[in-house]
Design a protein around this ligand. Structure first.
Ligand code: AMP
Length: 177
């Protein structure tokens, strides 16, 4: 099955083709249509199976509307367990959204928060974050979730193993129903 049969639009197909992807992997074939249909999804796949694109590509497709971004607002939130994964996922988003005008940002702890706060002032379409720093920022009212459309918990099992359950619950309590 080619990528073009999955319901993704031309700018995304072009970016994926340029990366040399010839056809979707199993998890991409199964997950992308479900996410595009607006349903919630839990999926499990081993590392290296193309899991990141399986949620990033449909998320880009859904966010690719004319909607205007308001200050301190985000439209999609991707929570991941580690700083390394934040950087990795945000870099994938950057590649896959090459032909779209969507903004993304990587946010994690252990670095000065001032620059991250400044970056949020105009709003960001897609925020990739670790739970602790995200909660800090929300407490400081550096970002608001009232316009959030999509939530992804990447490596959810690892986040639970690492003891992020309280932080994740506190974040979810703040999200729109
Ligand atoms: P991931 O499992 O998301 O970490 O992806 C593992 C690697 O597979 C990354 O280097 C991706 O760029 C690559 N990849 C993802 N989807 C495809 C695909 N459909 N065809 C070829 N490579 C892919």
């Amino acid at each position: 099955m080619p990528f073009s049969k999955l319901g993704l639009s031309e700018p995304i197909l072009k970016a994926v083709a340029e990366l040399g992807y010839q056809k979707p992997t199993d998890i991409q074939k199964q997950a992308i249509p479900v996410v595009l249909s607006g349903k919630d999804l839990i999926a499990a796949a081993q590392t290296g199976t193309g899991k990141t694109a399986s949620f990033v590509l449909p998320l880009l497709e859904i966010l690719n509307t004319e909607r205007k971004l308001r200050g301190k607002r985000i439209r999609a939130l991707i929570l991941v367990p580690t700083r390394e994964l934040v950087v990795q996922v945000e870099s994938s988003i950057h590649h896959y959204s090459k032909y779209l005008s969507l903004s993304s940002m990587a946010m994690y702890g252990g670095v000065d928060a001032a620059l991250q706060k400044q970056r949020l002032i105009w709003g960001v379409d897609i925020l990739v974050a670790t739970p602790g720093r995200l909660l800090d920022m929300a407490h400081q009212r550096a970002l608001h979730f009232d316009e959030l459309e999509m939530l992804v918990l990447d490596e959810a099992d690892r986040m639970l193993d690492m003891g992020f359950i309280d932080d994740i619950n506190k974040i979810i309590e703040r999200l729109p129903a």
